[in-house]
Design a protein around this ligand. Structure first.
Ligand code: GLA
Length: 374
């Protein structure tokens, strides 16, 4: 393994353990996780591999094959910058959890999650490192505990107020399955996603665009949802049962956000019902409805995502939607095998017509979650 060779060359010995954790796409259930709702992501074939050996002196030495290959030494957690914050954040949260400083570590990272595509490379990085440290220190944490620790690293150390979806997907997903997760109880169930036997594929359309304001808008949406829940006297928008009554009591953005979150939770449950009935060919309409709701009610789409979805449908997709946080990143399309070329051509042509950078197409195959590699 390339990461083991790089580790040995930089740190002078073989790593004690190697863990891989994947990125994810979300089939449906967008911006519902931090509203205590439902999500249905699956792991993608790309991820982050972390080779790790503990150190006794508290020092952290980090090497990334994607960042030039020179090791960075971090003596104090607060000195971490850029991508190293996701790793140091995990170590910092582990120390907090254990009530004592975790010993340092030598860590080499190799990743192949397409960058900027919104496929959760940062969650993959956090979960790979957390899983390796859990293993090395014999902490016995469950995959969900590792996901929660990784989320805390991102919330409290990196400062991104994300929900639990990405880290849970990376830690818990199973091959050939999507993960139905209740983000309140944290109960989860693997749901078989048998595309191939129905002659279907899920195509990722990476717009190759990422709008800069995404972080600020994410926090704003979250605050709007929390404010709406307070006005409605519920713990979270997940608890709204009388949607019509709730909408009468809200206005403007809070009204639209509530409309999205409540209907999106129902769409997740409906989609899970269809999958369990073996009706995977029928899920397209729910994907389309989710996209319209994210575009018009939650207002997190972008022209590039809308054009990708519209052109995919014109090209013969059975359904399509933006996936992930929004404001760029990727869309997914459910496509019959014989229509794949038509969909790719339709989206490429729509982008070319507008003079936009060509989109990138990736096959989304439901893949396993975090696992030990050596
Ligand atoms: C980002 C966050 C997730 C989730 C999605 C939107 O990916 O990290 O927690 O909120 O956006 O569904």
């Amino acid at each position: 393994m390339r990461v083991v060779e790089a580790f040995s060359a930089a740190f002078g010995a073989e790593p004690r353990t190697v863990w891989h954790a994947p990125g994810r796409v979300n089939l449906i259930g967008e911006h519902t996780d931090y509203n205590d709702g439902f999500v249905l992501p699956f792991a993608v074939p790309w991820g982050v591999t972390a080779a790790v050996t503990p150190r006794g002196d508290g020092t952290i030495r980090l090497l990334s094959l994607q960042s030039g290959g020179e090791p960075v030494t971090i003596e104090r957690h607060e000195d971490a910058r850029g991508w190293t914050r996701y790793v140091v954040g995990v170590l910092a949260m582990l120390s907090e959890r254990l009530g004592e400083p975790v010993p340092g570590a030598d860590i080499a990272i190799d990743g192949d999650v397409p960058q900027g595509a919104g496929l959760s490379s940062s969650a993959a990085l956090e979960v790979a490192v957390a899983s390796a440290l859990n293993d090395l220190h014999g902490l016995g944490m469950t995959p969900m505990e590792l996901a929660l620790l990784s989320q805390r690293a991102e919330n409290d150390f990196v400062g991104m107020p994300c929900g639990i979806m990405d880290q849970a997907a990376s830690a818990l997903c199973e091959e050939g399955k999507a993960l139905f997760l209740d983000c309140r109880s944290l109960g989860s169930r693997p749901i078989p996603l048998d595309l191939a036997s129905h002659g279907l594929r899920i195509l990722i359309i990476d717009t190759q665009v990422h709008h800069e304001h995404a972080g600020g808008e994410y926090a704003k949406r979250r605050a709007e949802c929390e404010s709406a829940a307070r006005k409605l006297g519920v713990q979270a928008l997940r608890d709204v049962t009388d949607l019509a009554g709730a909408l009468e009591r809200l206005q403007g953005a809070e009204r639209r956000r509530t409309m999205h979150v409540v209907t999106e939770n129902h769409r997740v449950e409906a989609l899970v019902g269809l999958l369990r009935a073996g009706a995977v060919t029928e899920i397209g309409a729910l994907l389309n409805a989710s996209h319209l709701s994210l575009r018009d009610q939650y207002e997190v789409s972008s022209p590039e995502l809308d054009v990708a979805v519209e052109a995919a449908l014109r090209g013969g997709a059975r359904g399509a939607r933006m996936t992930g946080g929004g404001f760029g990143g990727s869309a997914i399309a459910l496509v019959a095998e014989e229509r794949l070329d038509g969909v790719r051509e339709s989206v490429s042509a729509a982008y070319a017509e507008r003079g936009w950078r060509a989109p990138r197409f990736l096959p989304a195959v439901p893949s396993p979650g975090a696992r030990r590699r050596a």
